[in-house]
Design a protein around this ligand. Structure first.
Ligand SMILES: [Zn+2]
Length: 314
């Protein structure tokens, strides 16, 4: 396979995608897993119960009290990247971003009403600027796709596993929901990686970031081409790839399947779909994001409608 032509585009001349819909970068596996998840018996009940239990403000206060809020005054380079990513993907509202003290490199986008982005100090120390740009774009992609709601539910269901007896569902139903959420979670990473590439517009930086998340900060010990060869080997597995994803579903680790992600991202970067987006042709205008607002929200009829009005960041 030939190298992608966009990887040499200087970061200063990146394209913007006004009005882009998350459908433009949505991986088909992500969409079907989400449809399956929302069809599960009991999912609406769990969603309602949790949104009643977890007031949005508490989540926000938790990070305000225990993390550093990114702004012009704190981690200003991250703030610039965040604003830049929102500008490129045309998010109407820049989500708050926090840096959390944790040596493990990680990033997440959570929140029931409005997305919050959290990156760990481990990640900030691990990645260079262009790698970080791809990661911030990845998280902004989650926000634009409306993923944060489902991620928050998964986070709480897996961390409160013992304490959810009050949800009027059996453990089997809860476990089915957790399994479906995990399956969707991994597949949603593939969509967000694409968003990261659309923001960074530097394939090698995206792949390098994934490689460092897999192997740590040992660039002198690693090699992007060898990592890609590793990804190619995975790619040659053909139909076996599905079974790899299935095995991943039963493993407790949620994020790291980085070579798989690298292979999927590289493959997408070489498609006509990607080229068309880069040329300015993409689904847009009416922003139909994954609409949790369609899930009846019981006594709290608010959910996430605020995210749906298209507007300009700056
Ligand atoms: Zn992600």
């Amino acid at each position: 396979m030939t190298e992608n032509s966009h990887e040499n585009v200087p970061s200063r001349q990146r394209r913007r995608f006004p009005g882009i819909s998350s459908r433009a970068y949505e991986h088909p596996a992500d969409r079907s897993a989400l449809v399956a998840l929302r069809r599960l018996t009991g999912f609406d009940t769990v969603f309602k119960a949790l949104s009643g239990l977890l007031p949005e403000r508490s989540l926000r206060l938790l990070f305000l009290s225990d993390s550093v809020r990114v702004s012009d005054a704190q981690f200003s380079h991250l703030n610039a990247m965040l604003r830049d990513a929102c500008y490129i993907l045309d998010l109407e509202k820049v989500p708050p971003m926090y840096v959390s003290q944790d040596p493990r490199p990680n990033a997440m986008c959570i929140g029931l009403e409005e997305p919050i982005i959290v990156v760990t100090t481990g990640l900030v120390e691990l990645l260079d600027e262009e790698e970080m740009r791809a990661v911030v774009g990845h998280e902004v992609g989650h926000a634009l796709s409306g993923h944060s709601v489902y991620r928050t539910i998964l986070l709480f269901l897996t961390n409160l596993a013992v304490k959810i007896a009050w949800i009027p569902l059996g453990n089997v139903a809860i476990m089915a929901i957790v399994t479906a959420l995990r399956e969707w979670f991994r597949k949603s990473e593939l969509s967000a990686d694409r968003a990261g590439l659309l923001v960074g517009q530097d394939l090698r930086a995206s792949l390098r970031g994934l490689m460092k998340i897999a192997g740590g900060n040992h660039l002198h010990e690693m090699n992007v081409d060898a990592f890609l060869a590793q990804a190619d080997e995975y790619e040659k597995g053909g139909d076996l790839r599905d079974s790899v994803l299935k095995i991943l579903n039963v493993l407790p680790r949620s994020h790291p399947f980085t070579a798989v992600r690298a292979a999927e991202l590289k493959k997408w970067s070489e498609t006509r779909d990607h080229q068309r987006i880069m040329d300015g042709h993409y689904p847009g205008a009416t922003r139909t994001r994954t609409p949790p607002s369609r899930i009846p929200s019981g006594s709290r009829p608010r959910t996430t409608r605020t995210r749906c009005a298209p507007a300009r960041t700056r």
